[in-house]
Design a protein around this ligand. Structure first.
Ligand code: CA
Length: 174
């Protein structure tokens, strides 16, 4: 397994937080799985996300992505569409049946149909290459924040209703 996924052991330097609220502090340790087969882009994504304090794992093709997602249950997946073997659409479709992780899709193609297909497959957000790393980081933050707020609301609601929380966590994501 070790050669399948390159787990980044380096601790990212703590960056100044612009969040005023305590509950967002834990977001800096969110686990992000980056699925991309272009080494230069993987490196840039890995660097940029680790700078934000995220724990980043990378996978270079669809099958490795599935293995990594199942092993690590990341908090968010950045998923390229054009991948060797299983493509990003297929990876997204399979993962959607197994877990509720937010998925941010990347593609080099800008056709509207891709966006529609991606969203129908269950992606939560979508970016067309080339994109600015700042925008990607901002969208990753927004998706993680949405998940946390939904989770907190679900916990609060379910505490009031006295029902298990598990199934309601990501209810408003799409
Ligand atoms: Ca690619």
């Amino acid at each position: 397994m070790r050669d399948v996924v390159s787990r980044q052991q380096t601790q990212a330097p703590r960056v100044a937080r612009d969040y005023g609220e305590k509950r967002y502090v834990q977001m800096t340790n969110a686990r992000v799985l980056v699925v991309e087969d272009e080494p230069a882009l993987v490196e840039t994504l890995d660097y940029s996300l680790r700078r934000q304090g995220y724990d980043v794992t990378t996978a270079g093709d669809g099958r490795k992505a599935l293995e990594a997602a199942r092993m690590q249950t990341p908090d968010l997946i950045v998923l390229d569409i054009m991948l060797p073997g299983l493509d990003g659409f297929e990876v997204c479709r399979i993962l959607r049946q197994e877990m509720n992780v937010p998925i941010l899709m990347l593609t080099a193609r800008s056709e509207e149909v891709d966006k529609v297909v991606g969203l129908e497959m269950g992606a939560d957000d979508y970016m067309t290459k080339p994109f600015s790393m700042r925008e990607l980081v901002a969208r990753v933050k927004a998706l993680l924040r949405r998940v946390r707020i939904d989770r907190e609301e679900a916990v609060a609601t379910n505490a009031a209703m006295d029902v298990p929380t598990e199934r309601m966590v990501f209810g408003n994501l799409t």
